[in-house]
Design a protein around this ligand. Structure first.
Ligand SMILES: NC(=O)C1=CN([C@@H]2O[C@H](COP(=O)(O)OP(=O)(O)OC[C@H]3O[C@@H](n4cnc5c(N)ncnc54)[C@H](OP(=O)(O)O)[C@@H]3O)[C@@H](O)[C@H]2O)C=CC1
Ligand SMILES: CC(=O)C(=O)O
Ligand SMILES: [Mg+2]
Length: 760
């Protein structure tokens, strides 16, 4: 299987139902707004609203620049569309463009920590749109125009730039042009050609097309070497049909009239037009080592498979995330605005765009760090399948905005230039939520493991959704335990009828291995009061036991269960097949993800009331799990007392546990006992200068299972923390016990964790 095939398979199975469900749950749409200040007391109310709010109002009235200090203006961008060119889908109107605009807003946040709000304007009148956007100037630090069709977009952007004192940036024009320029620089280097010499064909003379060809010409491409086409074919000198001033500027003297003729001998094809606009016949006519950027969304002008079939020597890029070489403005707009906002820019000018393109091109040539390779499940090296950085590259956030900010400062559009670039870069690094990269690494490792996962509870719709997602996400094979008719009916009811033929159902009543399983179980339980009748009942009728038997016999690599029954009960059943008790060394560890932090809580599942030796065992197991997640462990033995005060019989074991680890000579940091605030808050920890932890704890070993479990549930319910686990460590095979209120996504996360254990 080629890289392209495997890469495409891993992500492309997005069904209509999945896309609609993604947009519907947990709440309709793709983002929420949360306050960043306390808003609980009467005093908070007095500060946030009347009378306190009057003070910043007057300050801003006196000095408008202080709006950047006292409001969210400086980190707020409006994503504005009228829906006249929604991706390559055409004029869907303002309302139907909202999912794309919400999506762009989420990408701003995810990739560059820029707050963005979508605004859909129900108008095709240029004057009306200009007026509406201009009136919003006080609110925003920048304006990102999106999916507004040409030629109106050119007039709207130009007028707004002239009339507004904040950056106005039409992403489809300049975002696309910047990324195209970056990709093209590298692709031409690969094919050993010079931009001054190459023959370029551009298909699509709209927002994206005109901006791309202009930037490519600024970079050195010669006017006479560039042929631009639209729906009417080649834009030649003297053409009158379907023309406008922006197209006319790129008309050339030529006899060629069709795209097919234009492609004859071309070195580069740039497509920002529509699905399927390019045929294999056209591609065949291109020059050796052709560069093909088929960037129409959601479907390209020609797929990489089609292009490579007839031209194995082609360097191919698309706008999609499921092929190598994603030339998409997502690599630009988050970082261009981050850099622009951070210097309180008045505009995003050409210097900033060129700096962005050059920085992107340079980043793709750099050695790709292992963490990126792990996240993508393969080593990326500068070459035909890697001419541009991948959108999830964590280096983008601290590489591109500094280049943009510097260019903005040097070219005079900064209200507040960055003085200390090193410090700025360090701030950008710490700005991004580290939990993203951990989750991505877990996913990548799970994909590499290709584990066959047993989903024990095939009668539960959440479990079925997770099993389908596991398989469609290319993590491996999902085996669902249940009755075929029942699984089919539940899948259909969940809107996943098309997944029925994909999932393998294992029915205990009809499996060929039942006799083997029963013999194994009888061997284990015969001296524990179980007769052959009991064994049959357990093996054939209890899906937790049956699934555990499958796992024990290697008929699956990992087991996911517990979504329908209480975990303690499920643990008892699993213990019939595996040695997963406290005395066997089993430990339950739950990961809490909240506000960019990951904290492991242990033991949330197995030890009811551990003594100091058990606590030391738990710490060791948790430290190993932390390392497998890429965290350097810092263990705190949590208590209601800190370093011996107040004295209490209940806290004594927490006080003694570090001594046990001292004796064992372990290779990670630990200390205690201490309260949760000492463990987690560096300022409070600083009151105990002798504390041996070098930073806030990322593992809290709890005094008992009840306190561990209560803490997790409180963080989940009160703080909205994401919970992964409990991860069952210290058991021979990967088993994950979900909770009864798990969502399909929680269950999928558990399967990913189990697959990570299979991968080692
Ligand atoms: N990968 C990326 O990052 C980006 C990709 N795009 C994609 O580029 C495409 C165009 O977007 P945008 O410029 O905003 O839209 P516009 O509506 O502004 O322009 C569309 C242009 O494409 C031309 N066109 C449409 N269909 C064909 C066809 N079959 N053959 C030749 N030309 C055609 C139109 O011709 P005419 O003038 O004759 O009507 C027009 O010139 C979309 O598919 C969009 O998804 C856009 C931005 C970023
Ligand atoms: C990517 C993008 O902005 C588009 O296709 O319109
Ligand atoms: Mg767009």
């Amino acid at each position: 299987m080629t890289t392209i095939e495997s890469e495409k398979m891993s992500n492309s199975r997005v069904t209509r139902e999945e896309a609609l469900q993604y947009h519907h749950e947990p709440t309709p749409g793709k983002f929420d707004i949360t306050p960043s200040v306390p808003m609980t007391t009467q005093r908070d109310l007095s500060l946030a609203y009347s009378p306190g709010v009057a003070v910043p109002c007057e300050a801003i009235h006196e000095n408008p620049e202080t709006a950047y200090d006292y409001t969210n203006k400086g980190n707020l961008v409006a994503v504005i569309s009228n829906g006249t060119a929604v991706l390559g889908l055409g004029n869907l109107g303002a309302l139907a463009s909202k999912p794309v605009m919400e999506g762009k807003a989420v990408l701003f946040k995810r990739f560059a920590d820029v707050n963005a709000i979508d605004i859909e304007l129900d108008s095709i009148d240029v004057d009306e749109i200009v007026k509406a956007v201009k009136l919003m100037e006080p609110t925003f630090g920048g304006i990102n125009l999106e999916d507004i069709k040409a030629p109106e977009c050119f007039i709207i952007e130009q007028r707004l730039k002239e009339e507004m004192d904040i950056p106005v940036f039409h992403d489809d024009q300049h975002g696309t042009a910047v990324i195209t320029a970056a990709g093209l620089l590298n692709a031409l280097e690969m094919s050993g050609k010079k931009i001054e010499d190459v023959k370029i064909v551009l298909n699509g003379a709209g927002a994206a097309g005109i901006a791309c060809i202009e930037l490519v010409k600024v970079m050195g491409a010669r006017h006479e070497n560039c042929i631009v086409c639209d729906t009417k074919g080649v834009i030649y000198q003297g053409r009158t049909d379907g023309m406008n001033q922006w197209k006319s500027a790129h008309a050339v003297k030529t006899d060629r009239r069709t795209l097919e003729e234009a492609m004859d001998g071309a070195d580069v094809f740039l497509g920002v037009s529509a699905k399927g606009a390019v045929t294999q016949e056209m591609v065949k006519r291109m020059a050796p080592d052709p560069v093909i950027f088929a960037m129409a969304n959601p479907d390209p002008e020609i797929t990489p498979e089609e292009a490579h079939e007839v031209r194995p020597d082609a360097i191919v890029a698309t706008g999609r995330s499921d092929y190598p070489n994603q030339v998409n403005n997502v690599l630009g707009f988050p970082y261009l605005f981050r850099g622009a906002l951070d210097i309180h820019a008045r505009a995003i000018n050409d210097e900033m765009k060129i700096a962005c393109a050059k920085a992107l091109a340079a980043l793709a040539r750099e050695d790709v760090p292992d963490e990126v390779a792990v996240a993508y499940g393969k080593k990326l090296t500068f070459g035909r399948d890697y001419i541009i950085p991948t959108p999830f590259d964590p280096r983008l956030i601290y590489t591109i905005p500094p280049a943009v900010a510097k260019a903005g400062s040097d070219s005079g559009v900064a209200r507040r230039p960055i003085i200390d670039m090193e410090r700025y870069t360090a701030n950008l690094k710490s700005r991004m939520d580290p939990t993203y990269s951990i989750i991505r690494s877990l996913n990548a490792r799970a994909r590499a493991a290709q584990a066959t996962m047993i989903f024990a509870e095939g009668d539960d719709p959440h479990v079925l959704r997770a099993a389908v997602a596991y398989q469609r996400g290319n993590f491996g094979k999902a085996l669902v335990v249940g009755r075929e008719a029942d699984v089919k009916q539940k899948l259909e009811a969940a809107g996943l009828g098309d997944a029925v033929p994909e999932l393998e159902v294992v029915n205990a009543a009809t499996t060929e291995h039942l006799a083997e399983y029963k013999a194994f179980l009888y061997q284990r339980l015969q001296r524990k009061g179980f007769d052959r009748h009991d064994i049959h009942r357990l093996a054939a009728r209890d899906r937790h036991v049956f699934s555990s038997l499958m796992l024990a016999h290697g008929h699956g690599d990992g087991l996911i269960t517990g979504a329908t029954r209480k975990s303690a009960h499920v643990m008892d059943l699993i213990n019939h097949v595996f040695d997963a008790k406290a005395e066997d060394g089993a430990v339950g560890i739950t990961a809490l993800l909240h506000k960019g932090r990951i904290v492991l809580i242990a033991d949330t599942l197995v030890h009811e009331w551990p003594d100091e030796h058990d606590l030391a065992d738990i710490a060791e197991r948790a430290a190993a799990v932390a390392r497998s997640l890429g965290l350097e462990p810092r263990v705190a033995f949590a208590s209601f007392s800190t370093f011996g005060y107040p004295i209490s019989e209940r806290a004594e074991k927490m006080h003694l546990a570090p001594d046990v680890l001292d004796e064992r000579g372990v290779d990670f940091e630990y200390d205690g006992e201490m309260t949760a605030d000492v463990a987690l808050n560096p300022d409070v920890m600083a009151r105990y200068p002798f504390c041996r932890l070098s930073g806030p704890a990322n593992i809290l070993v709890m005094p008992a299972r009840h306190s561990a479990s209560i803490s997790v549930k409180m963080m989940q319910e009160l703080a909205g923390a994401t919970v992964i686990g409990p991860i069952l460590a210290g058991v021979e095979k990967p088993i994950q016990i979900c909770s009864t209120n798990s969502t399909a996504n929680d269950i999928l996360n558990m399967a990913v964790l189990a697959a990570n254990k299979v991968g080692g």
